[in-house]
Design a protein around this ligand. Structure first.
Ligand code: AGP
Length: 608
């Protein structure tokens, strides 16, 4: 989703802005632009397409104060005229992330006041609004603050004025924004990765904060207008962790980082023989004692993690669990159970629908809330009472991989804690589960070693238009996840079904052109699954089966078996995810798609 970078320095900031935008590319965008003050004028360049195109356009551009933006179209098509920054009367420049809900009434009012709109965006109302106050003598800070009181919606903003060449104003509400602290220079960005070449000292702005930033100083005001001090934190994210290294794509790198990401996520239990609620926060034990059910809210891949957890929570911990898509829950009239533990799952912690769902749950009276998230400083982590941070490290590829498997690890830990608290776990079982968890990094590495074979298998998908994924039980959500991965990066239409549902409809689709990919763990449902696979084969469908050892499913004409190294019991969904990630990746390579930045998609969906 849109990305913002801004800088006020003693040196030319254009290379800093461009590098920052390039590092935010993973968020998804369709156009890019920047504005600097050059020779006493606002010098703006914009382009549709890649940041590389903008770089070509800005070879002669320079300035010591500037703001830049990558846009993901919401209001108005992707085009140069709709790209940010937006200007008002060549005096004010603004970049904006978020959505202004009351932009139509503001646009009507500002047009009547003589402002001429040159784009179809909601953002343009902000720049004219600030101009309307600034031209009447307000400082840039006050003009921005007054304007914010008139906006309804979400925003992260960067604002500059041509006659104020030493000052950058920024603000956030509902969209992420942080400040970077340098020596004699300051920066703003949507996330820290954009600033790592210039500083790792950052200030995470809070909801409603507005900041006035100069080269040597800055002032931050909270939502009530009071000047506040926010801590300067040294980001743990290293430049190396966001660089591609020798990998061809971030997705490939992140798939291969899973053994380490899982080991890091397990750090809190790595040396223990028992598991304690405290890993979810100081108040976790009391909350877990008080709850009688679980409500999981999430979107996309994170939702699939929730679906797997439902099987674990009900079977191992014996606690009722429902899992809802956040964007549905937030608008549905549901019956709240204040004794439910509301668990929000999110890689980014900034997904607008998941945030809104948590707010909705809290408004309904839910007090027991837990965020399982990969970004420590995110809105969701701040909002929930309890938290567990997955330690996947920055995930850059739009297709979520290591965030998913580490979420599953976190959810399994939650299951064990709740099972133990409910007296459903003997000491021996607890030790065994912990041992199984500790074995996971090694087990996932063995699965990743199948990469060359999966790459070969993927060649057979190069000409396919559709694919069907099958799974049963706790592997059904893995089939859903496999289908999501394939469709989002290879653009092959993919559906997932619980294998038992085949004969209730989807079997009609099966013919020689429809590859059927099945997850076949060696569990209690194996024989049922085998019957389902026979149903496919009998209709001429070509089968691609990821089978555990001793499943006795044999390769034959039209049946391709990929043997998994070992069966991991309850943790099997984690292992079975990996080959499906690799399959999607290699099929996308066959198709020649933009793997890390698939069309129309954004990494963090910070708007509704
Ligand atoms: C996954 O590959 C997706 N790109 C997407 O479904 C993602 O999982 C979803 O948007 C939720 O994001 P979050 O985990 O950051 O909340």
């Amino acid at each position: 989703m849109c990305g913002i970078v801004g800088a006020v320095a003693q040196r030319n900031v254009v290379p800093i802005l461009l590098e920052g935008l390039q590092r935010l590319e993973y968020r998804g965008y369709d156009s890019a632009g920047l504005v600097v003050i050059q020779d006493g004028q606002l010098q703006r360049e914009r382009s549709t397409g890649r940041v590389a195109d903008l770089r070509l356009k800005t070879t002669g551009t320079h300035g010591t104060l500037g703001i830049a933006h990558t846009r993901w179209a919401t209001h108005g098509v992707p085009s140069e005229r709709n790209a940010h920054p937006h200007l008002s009367n060549n005096l004010i420049g603004v970049v904006h992330n978020g959505i202004i809900e009351n932009y139509e009434s503001l646009r009507t009012r500002l047009s009547a006041a003589g402002y001429v709109f040159t784009s179809d965006t909601d953002t343009e109302v902000i720049v004219h609004l600030i101009h309307s106050h600034y031209k009447n003598g307000a400082s840039l800070l006050d003009a921005t603050r007054t304007s914010l009181t008139e906006l309804i919606g979400a925003y992260a903003l960067g604002v500059i004025a041509v006659d104020n060449p030493d000052q950058l104003i920024c603000a956030r509400r509902g969209s992420p924004l942080l400040m970077g602290v340098g020596v004699g220079e300051h920066f703003i960005a949507s996330d820290v990765s954009a600033l790592l070449p210039v500083t790792n000292r950052v200030i995470y702005l809070e909801e409603g904060d507005v900041a006035e930033i100069e080269r040597q100083s800055y002032r931050i005001f909270n939502a009530s207008g009071a000047e506040v001090t926010r801590p300067v934190q040294v980001s743990k994210i290293s430049n190396e962790s966001v660089s591609l290294g020798t990998y061809r794509h971030y997705m490939q790198k992140e798939i291969h980082e899973q053994p380490q990401a899982i080991a890091d996520t397990l750090e809190s239990v790595c040396n223990s023989t028992s598991i304690i609620p405290g890993i979810f926060g100081a108040e976790a034990a009391a909350s877990f004692d008080a709850v009688n059910s679980i409500l999981i809210l999430a979107c996309g891949t994170s939702y699939h993690a929730g679906l797997v957890a439902r099987y674990w929570l009900e079977e191992i911990a014996g606690i009722p669990c429902t899992v809802e898509i956040a964007s549905e829950y937030r608008y549905r009239t549901s019956v709240p159970n204040p004794k439910a533990l509301v668990v929000v799952l999110s890689q980014s912690g900034e997904t607008a629908d998941t945030q809104a769902a948590l707010n909705h749950a809290m408004a309904l009276g839910h007090v027991h809330t837990l965020a399982i998230c990969n970004v420590a400083e995110s809105a969701l982590v701040r909002l929930a009472k309890l938290r567990f941070l997955t330690r996947a490290g920055p995930e850059i590829g739009v297709a979520s991989t290591k965030a998913f498997t580490t979420q599953l690890v976190a959810l399994f830990l939650l299951t064990l804690v709740l099972a133990k608290q409910r007296g459903r776990l003997t000491e021996a079982q607890e030790r065994q589960h912990l041992n199984d968890l500790r074995h996971l990094p090694a087990a996932t590495q063995k699965v990743l070693d199948l990469e060359p074979k999966i790459a070969k298998l993927a060649e057979q998908f190069a000409t396919k238009q559709h694919a069907l994924f099958l799974g049963r039980g706790m592997h059904y959500p893995i089939a859903l996840e496999g289908a999501l991965k394939l469709k989002e990066i290879s653009y092959i239409h993919a559906e997932a079904y619980p294998a038992g549902e085949l004969k209730h409809g989807p079997l009609a689709l099966v013919d020689k052109d429809m590859p059927v990919i099945s997850v076949a763990p060696n569990d209690v449902l194996l024989e049922k699954l085998k019957s389902n696979l026979h149903e496919v084969r009998a209709r001429g469908g070509e089968l691609f089966v990821f089978a555990d050892a001793n499943t006795h499913i044999r390769s034959e004409d039209g049946v391709h078996i990929m043997q998994m190294p070992e069966h991991a019991g309850y943790l099997s969904p984690i292992l079975h995810t990996l080959p499906l990630q690799l399959l999607a990746y290699y099929v996308a390579l066959q198709k020649g798609t933009d793997v890390d930045k698939p069309r129309n998609l954004a990494k963090s969906v910070t708007v509704e």
